[in-house]
Design a protein around this ligand. Structure first.
Ligand code: EPZ
Length: 432
């Protein structure tokens, strides 16, 4: 089993180039099968979640041709099967976007119940409620979600909770519904806007994405397009947090600084310097850091996907911080791991109370999910001594070239798949 091996204690310095947004790419790649013409999607991240979805899409008969590492050509005209049950898709969340795409186009879809990070109960009732409002019947049988309709018609849909997944999914199906659909209390995340822009570039008529009311006027047909995915807000935020936690200085490149505003503001509040450029942000942490209060909220609030990474930063900031997780109920599984590194964190309900310590020490760690796994890697890079992070597959689902990018910043990190390899790494890291 592969693991990350880390010799911490070196501030990270240099430049990190950010890949395309995983969660935008997942929505957009599913949506691309809705046209019967060639669709080229650029800037897709080479991460396992995206590659798994591409395999599942290819299994339906759609054309999926990798043009380059970050470019794929898709064409939905050859689809033969409306059933998505690839054995890997069960382990990820975004397979559910095939429900909206296939339902819209073919009025029928059967997709394996979504898996994904175990960060909460993660129901899909709002997706199903939206599909039903458009005229579909929905059911769940043998771990498959089935949606079908004779006809799809526009509807007014109010989401009971702000949900990225349901907003994107129902928006996709509504593109082919007759008449106007209005989604209220819609999610405003940059990836919702990106999927809407992508669909519009194929001839859809979607207005208001990025606000909490999205209006979709149904069309009869979508055409091909050539589109580039936005940069990954959370990968960028993770490197910003890595600069802060290791008291380093990182220029995070290929980003949209506006999408990072809430992260930049928090880092400034705790004592980092954050410089913004047209398509880059630089985080400099050369002063003592102080505590803060964080509350995760839908965009433009502080992202739940950055909650574990910022907790690691606060773990060595002077004073007592609180981190209130309001989106997912089980996103503090990393706290026990961090406490073994010497942090003082207690969890009461959905709030983590963090009393800053002077330093972290290396430990044997297990990544509990994608973002928490990345946070543990940051902690290991900030800590004194040697750490091992197990279950790295979670991390590889969402971070392209994570190890290589950290190495470029001076991080002493490698991948080992045996004790012998780990020992060799630590010996070498000790001598450098
Ligand atoms: C997306 O998950 C992302 N995943 C998650 O990223 C991210 O954490 C999350 O949005 C929030 O930003 C993908 O895009 C593939 P939601 P999703 O629907 O769509 C509740 C990462 O690390 N809810 O916005 O599953 C739900 O329980 C991953 O990259 C319902 O109650 O999240 C949660 O409390 C992890 N009913 C809240 O809404 C529903 O039908 C927000 O969930 C749907 C959601």
């Amino acid at each position: 089993m592969k693991e990350f091996v880390v010799k911490g204690g070196t501030p990270l310095h240099g430049e990190a180039a950010i890949a395309g947004a995983k969660n935008a790419a997942l929505g957009l790649l599913a949506a691309s099968i809705m046209a019967d013409e060639d669709v080229i999607v650029r800037n897709i991240p080479d991460v396992s979640d995206v590659n798994t979805l591409l395999e599942a899409i290819a299994d339906t008969g759609a054309k999926v041709k990798r043009l380059e590492r970050h470019e794929v050509l898709m064409n939905g005209s050859s689809i033969r099967s409306y059933i998505v049950n690839n054995r890997y898709i069960r382990k990820m969340r975004a397979g559910y976007y095939m429900l909206g795409a296939l339902l819209g186009k073919y009025h029928y879809a059967e997709v394996a119940l979504p898996g994904g990070c175990t960060i909460g109960s993660r129901p899909i009732d709002q997706h199903l409620k939206g599909f039903e409002a458009l005229g579909a019947r929905t059911s769940i049988r043998n771990s498959m979600v089935l949606v079908e309709a004779e006809d799809l018609h526009g509807a007014n849909i109010y989401f009971d909770t702000v949900t990225v997944g349901a907003t994107i999914n129902v928006m996709m199906a509504a593109v082919y519904a007759k008449g106007r659909t209005v989604l209220e209390n819609a999610a405003k995340e940059p990836h919702v806007v990106d999927v809407a822009n992508f669909l519009n570039s194929m001839g859809a008529r979607i207005k208001g994405a990025g606000t909490d009311v999205i209006r979709i006027d149904g069309v009869a047909r979508l055409h091909g397009t050539d589109y580039s995915v936005i940069p990954d807000q959370i990968e960028a935020g993770t490197f910003m947090a890595a600069a802060a936690a290791t008291r380093g200085d990182i220029l995070v490149k290929n980003v949209i600084p506006k999408h990072l505003e809430c992260i930049s503001q928090k880092l400034r509040e705790i004592g980092c310097e954050v410089q913004e450029y047209d398509d880059a942000v630089r985080v400099i942490a050369n002063r003592p850091l102080r505590s803060a209060k964080i509350k995760t909220l839908p965009y433009p609030g502080f992202p739940t996907d950055m909650q574990p990474q910022i907790a690691v930063v606060l773990a060595t900031a002077a004073g007592t911080s609180t981190v209130n997780e309001t989106i997912f109920e089980n996103r503090f599984k990393y706290v026990d791991e961090l406490n073994r590194m010497g942090t003082h964190i207690s969890v009461e309900g959905n709030i983590a109370i963090i009393t800053g310590v002077n330093e972290l020490r290396g430990a044997q760690l297990v990544a509990p999910d994608l973002r928490a796994g990345a946070a543990l890697v940051i902690a290991a890079l900030a800590a004194d001594g040697e750490s091992v992070v197990e279950d790295i597959n979670y991390i590889l689902r969402g971070y392209e070239d994570f190890v290589e990018k950290l190495q470029l910043l001076g991080g002493k990190i490698g991948i080992a798949d045996s004790e012998e390899e780990a020992r060799k790494f630590f010996l070498k890291a000790g001598m450098v």
